[in-house]
Design a protein around this ligand. Sequence first.
Ligand code: CA
Length: 229
Amino acid sequence: MNKILIVEDEEAIADLEKDYLELSGFEVEVANDGEIGLEKALGEDYNLIILDLMLPGIDGFEICRRVRDEKNTPIIMISAKKDDIDKIRGLGLGADDYMTKPFSPSELVARVKAHLARYERLIGSTIEENEIIEIRGLKIDTTARRVWVNGEEKSFTTKEFDLLTFLAGHPNHVYTKDQLFSEIWDMESIGDIATVTVHIKKIREKIEFDTSKPQYIETIWGVGYRFKV
Ligand code: CA
């Protein structure tokens, strides 16, 4: 659940903001002065901060600056004076949005939602992506260990998956059955190069349109196999 911090010394306003945000499904904490607000903003993890400008103790300018030094949490600044908004903008404190009192609580909620969505997109784009091998109609997600053939997901045993991924990861490279066996199976395992042949057959049945004319894994007679791109 998204957690929001409201830093606001006017309790009636803080309560109103809290009520509207809670009704929209947010978890809300309120700090009624600047010092507590700063301490909470720096010490805890919030998804967004609603920050009043004029506060006893440390004011909103200072809190915004100090939070920005350490965190990217979206900040909506609230001011009683329109002039202050220009001042905040001019200072380049890094607030994400500004609202002037009095404002409609539902507009505040709408802006909160918009900023959270934008921030999530930003964070989402920095998440490490899965490693994907895509060759014609074959898609292998090597991170999630999933395989699709022409958009249809196919299930593979562990060794089939390892063998397919190894070959697809080294396209146009011919491997002997011995090389593939030692690459995929550890030496202690029971089996021999015939195991490789059996696995190749099973993989082909899942990925090839016509197993007699394989378009992915080619047999190089007398040598081994090659993944064709
Ligand atoms: Ca105030």
